[in-house]
Design a binder for this molecule. Structure first.
Ligand code: AHR
Length: 509
């Protein structure tokens, strides 16, 4: 067994944690909407066709905000097709996923579903095949109270009160050649600027997010962010980041390195945002929206992305997650929390069936994939503000990193409840870690609320329809508390949360 130490000082606050980092994503893609969250006639469906089992799992997952309607789908979407009487809605070809879109589910259904699930909606406008005019009309439909054509159209559809959607994406992955209406940075920066300007004139309270690069390996990465922000810096609040993790070499040490790469990616984009600010001598800070992230590599061959014959809601991107993927997702959540000063929004991509933490059988049951668990635990226990902990732990050399620390942690503290949560990933393949957690500036005595571990001897173990609970959290009994010092033994290749309670109010800041 190796030893490690985490020192937590209550005065070392990184930032308040915006709980919208625990967001997810619903795209018209495969069976995410149809057969996922919406399936009229399903045994658990309500009168609107919303699956009750998926709704219950979404609440348990604890997603705080959900991005919609895409993704690539958004770049060819006509929002008007998805509102008004269902029987009058057109059926169209979706060129993003080579599917047939029936438009049975649209913006109003999504908003109703979000309200029922207790999540905030995040919408996006189509800057692929359409542009500023569509964006301002869509916003007027959603957010303007009354007395204009599109606001009154919404009211005629049965929605008297505005939807009041605050967070809007200005297109999706506009740098990607696979995107309908892909653009150069100069083209996109200008359209984003003018669209944001018009949208803000309608509703000055919006949070507007410009597209960053589709991923960190894009040939224009870095230059794209700089040029886009140089154009629309004054008009936008946020820039997006997307990443999908893969274990192509089937090497867990190398796979763990993707978490460190995610951290580097965030810091690089922060630097670019601040360089654009510095050029203007501006105190404004552009925040980050990591609005697509997950593991996705087993179900991303062409057979998983496209089915012949323009089918309706075909099974696409149905990645089956295993134990090691759950460790990666848990590590990524730690990274997002540790960058809470700049990452204010993040969306696990996606929610159901298509690279989702929730899996369903159309007409059958729904179950939790392995990655559901670290997400649900982080969303439940990541509250309040993030503290900067000092971590002393052994490191190993891997193919990606000369020195990969074996222990990754994030610490949150909620002054409202006195709860302190320590999230910890032990990346050692062989060694348990005997971790001492020293708490400074808290009560002399702290109390253990719970200690939870996610671990399985088989890294390739999965949750399936017939064995849905192979991977699930368990209580970690190997814990001791003495005064303000906690000792926990973390199994090799395990993701953990230790929840403590103390009584002292946080000092006023
Ligand atoms: O989440 C799946 C797809 O991945 C999204 O539609 C797109 O934005 C990204 O490339």
């Amino acid at each position: 067994m190796s030893r490690a130490k985490i020192t937590v000082d209550r005065d070392f606050v990184l930032s308040d944690l915006d709980r919208r980092v625990f967001g997810a994503f619903v795209e018209h893609l495969g069976r995410c909407v149809y057969g996922g969250l919406y399936e009229p006639g399903h045994a658990t469906a309500d009168e609107r066709g919303f699956r009750g089992d998926v709704m219950a799992l979404t609440r348990e997952l604890g997603a705080t905000i959900i991005r919609y309607p895409g993704g690539n789908f958004m770049s060819g979407y006509d929002w008007e097709d998805g509102v008004g009487p269902v029987e009058q809605r057109p059926t169209k070809l979706d060129l993003a996923w080579f599917s047939t879109e029936t438009n049975r589910f649209g913006t109003n259904e999504f908003i109703d579903w979000c309200r029922k699930a207790g999540v905030e909606p995040m919408l996006g406008v189509n800057l692929g095949t359409r542009g500023m005019d569509e964006a301002r009309q869509y916003l007027e439909y959603c957010n303007h109270p009354a007395g204009s054509h599109f606001a009154d159209l919404r009211r005629s559809h049965g929605y008297e009160a505005p939807h009041d959607v605050k967070v809007w994406c200005l297109g999706n992955e506009m740098d990607g050649p696979w995107q309908i209406g892909a653009k150069t940075a100069a083209e996109y920066g200008r359209i984003a600027q003018e669209t944001a300007k018009a949208m803000r004139w309608i509703d000055p309270t919006l949070i507007l997010s410009a597209c960053g690069s589709s991923h960190r390996q894009m040939p224009t990465y870095g230059a794209w962010e700089y040029e886009v922000l140089d154009q629309c810096f004054n008009e936008v609040d946020v820039i997006s980041l997307h990443t999908y993790f893969a274990n192509r070499a089937d090497d867990i040490d190398e796979y763990f390195g993707v978490i460190d790469q995610m951290d580097a990616f965030i810091k690089e984009v922060v630097s670019i945002c601040d360089a654009v600010a510095a050029k203007r001598r501006s105190p404004k800070r552009i925040m980050l929206s990591f609005d697509e992230w997950n593991v996705w590599y087993k179900a991303n061959t062409i057979e998983h992305m496209r089915k012949p014959g323009w089918p309706v809601a075909p099974p696409l991107l149905e990645e089956v997650y295993n134990m090691e993927d759950a460790l990666i997702v848990g590590g990524a959540l730690i990274t997002l929390m540790n960058n809470a000063d700049r990452v204010k929004y993040a969306c696990l991509a996606q929610l159901v069936n298509a690279i989702g933490p929730i899996m369903t059988e159309t007409g059958g049951p729904a179950w939790r994939q392995t990655i559901f668990h670290p997400f649900a635990l982080a969303a439940r226990h990541g509250q309040g503000r993030v503290l900067q902990a000092k971590v002393e732990a052994p490191a190993v050399a891997t193919k990606l990193l000369p020195e990969m620390p074996l222990l990754l942690t994030a610490v949150t503290e909620d002054p409202a409840t006195g709860r302190l949560s320590v999230f910890a990933l032990n990346r050692s393949r062989t060694e348990a870690l005997d971790v001492e957690i020293e708490l400074r500036g808290f009560d002399a005595e702290v109390e253990l609320v719970e200690a939870i571990e996610l671990h399985h001897a088989n890294l390739k173990a999965t949750n399936t329809r017939s064995a849905p609970d192979t991977i699930r959290p368990a209580s970690n009994q190997d814990m001791r508390i003495q005064g303000a010092t906690v000792r926990a033994v973390l199994k090799p290749l395990s993701w953990n949360v230790v929840v403590l309670r103390h009584g002292r109010e946080a000092p006023a800041r």
